[in-house]
Design a protein around this ligand. Sequence first.
Ligand code: PLP
Length: 452
Amino acid sequence: AASRAQSRSTRQWQQADSAHFLHPFTDHAALARKGARIITRAEGIYLWDSEGHKILDAMSGLWCVNTGYGQQGLVDAATRQMQELPFYNAFFQTSTPPAIELAELLAEVTPPQFDKVFFTCSGSEGNDTVVRMVRHYWASLGQPQRRILISRHNGYHGSTMAGASLGGMSGMHAQGGLPIPDIHHIQQPHWFEHGQGQSREDFGLTAAHWLEDKILELGPERVAAFIGEPVQGAGGVIVPPSTYWPEIQRICDKYGILLVSDEVICGFGRTGQWFGCETMGTRPDLMTFAKGVTSGYVPLGGVMVSQRVSDVLASHGEFNHGFTYSGHPVACAVATANIRLIQQMNLVAHVRQNIGPYLAQRLQDVAAHPLVGEVQSCAMMAAVQLVQDKAKLQCFKPELEVGMLCRAHCFGNGLIMRAVGDRMIIAPPLVMSRAQVDEMVNLILHCLDLSL
Ligand code: PLP
């Protein structure tokens, strides 16, 4: 890979890139002006670009490289599987050993209500599957009018038509005729934006009751499911108050509505438990996953299905849904190797007992910085809210783009941090050491100083 990267100059890579590659979520005029940063190799928690700069990847790629880069065991699992059986599908009464092994392992590591998995290639496809699955579930039970899914503004559930409709990103809804029918949104449990004046705990209950209000407005008999990320990721790492999720669970139970946990970011250890729903104390009926299941080495996603739902699906004929690559043998072999690695490294306990609390402690130094209004974290995901006036928690005018300025300083100083407006977010690999947390926090402080 290194020699391929060196076969052209950075400028040549950039020119070919901007000529032919239509990137996701990218301003192409700016890309053509500045040229993409070409990432050429990675090891542990670090990346290198085509100019030889070393970068600490505080975003785990895109929230996915949980076990870090350069895990030879994952490479070996892919190689072995490609040699033995690179592809066979799981349609029409066939199956393959890697898909079966992974399904079995997922049933073991997920909460006890989950006994089956439906495989997809991505988180978006997982959430699309959820929309069809919950409607099919209710129709099978003789309640076809239960079609509505409720989700949250500023949530992110993917980029397919249904995924982006479930998501509450206004920029996405503005393009392509979204949302699709029978998807409704409630406000997010974001204390900094909507809750100041109330204690966090009281606000958590207020925000959960927005769900009950919406259910009553729409008619409980029409509502199929509620979906949410345990901690909203792409929306800016919105860690809900501790009162929020238990109340959401109570409301779903009260109206018999299915609860869906989107674990695409929170799954596989990031919140200090195997899954975010365990950290937040809910018992979802369905759970979508992707990213961390393979640590991003190959694409794979899916939906964990509880017995409540799988029993109904199994007894009502065929669910006419699936992807060519549902249960792809190579992806499944890599996922199994990755989950075994998480187990062998005791990585979830490392996050919960060691590196998560240490990160929270070190982020107090960041919270004290004059540019920072609040820091929120949940184990290995955190947000740093930039403010103009620290005492009054007053935000900058959006047009100043202070977050983008800070992000540019990070980029220039060997740190990848993402900007969601003026919220700087991190979700580093779970394999970090304390010394690496120190290194990351020092870099963050340096970049905040530069942004003053
Ligand atoms: N759900 C959540 C919570 C996500 O963060 C993402 C992606 O960032 C998705 C779904 C979509 O996953 P994918 O990009 O694999 O389709």
